[in-house]
Design a protein around this ligand. Sequence first.
Ligand code: ADP
Ligand code: MG
Length: 627
Amino acid sequence: MAGVDLIHLLPDSVANQIAAGEVIQRPASVVKELVENSVDAGATIIQVRLTDAGRTNIQVIDNGQGMSDTDARMSFERHATSKITNPDDLFALHTFGFRGEALASIAAVAQVELRTRRAEDELGTVIHIAGSRIESQEVEMCPVGTNFQVKNLFFNVPARRKFLKSNQTELNNVMAELERVALVHPEIAFMLYHNEVELLNVPQATMRQRIQHLFGKKLGQELLSVEVDTTLVKVEGCVGVPESARKKGAHCFFFVNGRYMRHPYFHKAVMEAYAHLIPSGEQVPYFLYFTVEPSRIDVNIHPTKTEIKFEDEQAIWQILMASVREVLGRSNMAPSIDFDVADCPDIPVASMGSMPLPPKPTVDGSYNPFKQQETPTYQRPSFNWEELYRGVEGSAVGREIRFEDTTPMDDLLWGEMPICKESSVEEKEEDVLLAPAPQEKNTDYYQFKGRYIVTSMKSGLMMVDQHRAHVRVLYQRYLTQLSEHHSASQGLLFPEMLTLPMKHAVMMEGLLDDFASLGFDISNMGGGSFAIQGVPVGIEGLDPAALVEHILVDAIEKGDVLKEEIHRTMALTMARSAAIVVGQVLTVGEMSKLIDELFACEMPTYTPDGKKVFVIVDEDEILKWFK
Ligand code: ADP
Ligand code: MG
């Protein structure tokens, strides 16, 4: 049967409109495409002006390189781009754009005016185009750079117009797109006006200043620098201190090769680094910039998708987690860090190469807390942490800390508080008055309200929560025991029996080795019964059966997770139970020992569950009080 052929090519205007459906969904997509073009054009100032959240008018003005009259016209053609020529270029992208479809798409669904001029041209070009139809092209005087005005978005696609959300939502989307570009290009100034009101005005700046300008000074001060360079990936940027954690709305940004990306898997890696430093479920802000070989990621992604596939995802996960963790460990002695001053905390910190060894679970049998001692008899950790106490001028590296001298000043300061002091009691007033000059003075510890250890240090006065400090110390000790399978156990005269429901008994059997590592000697008697014959040294006064059950239940609650996670839970429960309590009176020797051990920990600043262990009041602050 003869007939007519049915297939024909769609007119450009229709094809472009269909393509536009993919690229341009809302005002924010227009802003994104135009602003990215301005960045690609080498602009140093980019201004965005919106009316009605961009529904009626979106204007993007830049001072970039501009276009010739032919290029201006060409720029609206589909697949017209100046940015790539060969297929190979796709794997070495250094621009945002490369598809050459944004302008064609925008012009298909809006009324567009383009004014542009290159520096070398005397006059510029003005083009009007609407629904893919060029309406006019003229030569006119205009400034160097490009000025796009996009009016009545979706004027010819009413269905699309209806899908737009409230002005606030559309505006938020625009802001989010601008933030993403602004975070990659701090060298460019950005301005955003909505109905003539200035919403954003960030000057040219450094990366860190840009973050502050966008999200506030406070956040800027809560960030720690991350930098790691491996053959697979280079990661730079910063992450928040544990204190910056919040339940919702943390600013989390990943970028890869200068593009924003969403990456839930890598997000988990960052959060994993904070495990036991922040309350679970909370998030920490981060701004992390990845650089990878372009051929190792999927660049040919959908124009509006922000997920990016990496070839070496698992390895990068590990690198990311480890480097964030390292940064947290390295910086944990600086309670507040002002990055405007320097990236290094004021307090000397052990370098990663000489990270202190975790304290060994050795018990010093000769140590009697009730006997006064000249010097503590325990093995000092190899870490030179008394550097912290060094007077500004004095050189006390490696010096043993002694406890003899207190000046009357100290008595005045602390005399009325319930303080536990040592050694100074026998000293006569005159001797004390002749005490050495302050910079040679040795360290004193005071216990305040049976709860805090107060001591002076280089940069001010430090207050340590004794219970939390001990939790941190024990946690690390137990974790080490669990991973190295060594323990110090002491036998019980009368074994304690523990009877468990079947479900718990099964779990218990699986954890017997771990309990042994902690110092528990437990035998399975069958039928859900267990005999506890030995307990860890140092938990005197605790009910062993209750403690074992408590640890077990906490571990079960963790569910079917990594052994490492279960170890952390066990160590934490154990540490919490065994740590010295509030109200326990400590001798100076005990305080000194605890503080030494605390600062030998990888992360002394917070307890494993994210509570602050110590606070330092800056000397400047103290001086201010006495003004
Ligand atoms: P792409 O960015 O993928 O190349 P676009 O459709 O966004 O595609 O832009 C098409 C071309 O128009 C660009 O390759 C560029 O040459 C030119 N162009 C677009 N915007 C600007 C601008 N603000 N300044 C200078 N040239 C521009
Ligand atoms: Mg583009």
